[in-house]
Design a protein around this ligand. Structure first.
Ligand code: ZN
Length: 334
């Protein structure tokens, strides 16, 4: 366990005043799994988390069962959790001391070429979605793919995501496709969990012009807490703050957030039959072995770190959650 510096009164107050937002974390993609680990987010002062319900390699049947499991867990514990679909519901959950949860999808193969599936997932609680998970697909390029652009079908998917009020995410997406998405999206585009490549040259990280384009849409770059995307498997608070500060200096604090990408219960037997890990997580990109993570308990420590960086209250509140709340308000259904 890390030893953390004491949290100042100011950092505590900022955590309490802000809807603290984790733009992406992961429970096992497994039907029937116990979701009680989510209590760690709530105990850490986090008010909202987007939980992944499927990636491009998960079949629709598996994703549907996982959504059923997560919904049942949340909806059967109304005193502790709220399944939210609007910003008003997020704020009400915080006020009531509950953890607000909605879902995200990592990729678009689960649409099976059918735009109507977007409404289906939206109506089940999906509020954020990116188009490709590391590899190319029918919609566009993945970040470890051949850097194809957004396809004709991909353009229809982006338009429908905009229309339905789902947050348009470009994490895991290839360079060209992400730039195409940001050029055509009518709503702010986020990178819910991606780090600047200028600090860590990894294919999953994003270039300066992607960061700039994200800000031009009014979007937010969520700093990712996985060690191999931060540095040489470096999950230290100092390094996370360096990534936060890099993006803040480049595009302004209004366009920075946090997407911890914390993986609960690593090693859960969750992958579908025939799953080929080296295809989705190519070993040449250092996916081998187990990475270090920034755990949810670190959120107040990051708030304290931003105080030490000399950020003003508005900047810290923005990065802790106000910025993602702003893009959600501009995107999600009212
Ligand atoms: Zn991810």
């Amino acid at each position: 366990m890390n030893t953390h510096p004491p949290i100042s009164e100011r950092a505590r107050r900022l955590m309490a005043e802000t809807v603290v937002w984790d733009a992406h974390s992961c429970l096992p993609i497994k039907a029937g799994v116990d979701c009680s680990d989510l209590a760690r987010h709530r105990a850490s002062g986090i008010d909202y988390v987007s939980i992944n319900v499927g990636m491009d390699f998960n079949p629709v049947g598996q994703i549907s069962r996982v959504i059923a499991t997560f919904r049942a867990f949340i909806l059967s514990r109304p005193e502790d959790y709220a399944l939210v679909g609007t910003v008003e519901e997020v704020k009400a959950a915080k006020k009531a001391g509950k953890l607000a949860v909605s879902f995200d999808l990592e990729g678009s193969d689960m649409l099976e070429g059918d735009l109507d599936m977007l409404r289906f997932y939206r109506d089940l609680g999906v509020r954020q979605m990116h188009l490709a998970y590391n590899r190319d697909n029918a919609v566009g390029g993945g970040c470890h793919g051949a850097d194809i652009g957004l396809t004709e079908f991909g353009r229809k998917v982006v338009a429908e995501i905009n229309r339905l009020g789902i947050l348009m995410d470009c994490s895991h997406t290839g360079y060209r496709t992400s730039m195409d998405v940001m050029a055509m999206s009518t709503k702010p585009v986020v990178f819910s969990h991606a780090n600047p490549r200028a600090l860590r040259d990894h294919g999953r990280n994003i270039r300066d012009d992607q960061i700039d384009a994200c800000a031009r849409t009014g979007g937010v770059v969520g700093i990712n807490g996985i060690g191999i995307f931060l540095g040489k498997d470096d999950n230290s608070t100092e390094t996370v703050l360096r990534h936060i500060d890099y993006v803040t200096q480049r595009i302004g604090a209004k366009h920075v957030g946090i997407g911890l990408d914390f993986v609960f219960r690593r090693g859960a037997d969750e992958n579908p039959p025939g799953f080929e890990p080296s295809l989705w997580w190519p070993p040449q990109h250092n996916y081998v072995g187990r990475s270090n993570f920034v755990e949810p308990e670190r959120m107040p420590v990051l708030a304290e770190g931003m105080v030490k960086l000399g950020y003003d209250d508005g900047a810290i509140r923005g990065i802790l959650g106000d910025n993602f709340l702003r893009v959600a308000a501009a995107t999600w259904p009212a």
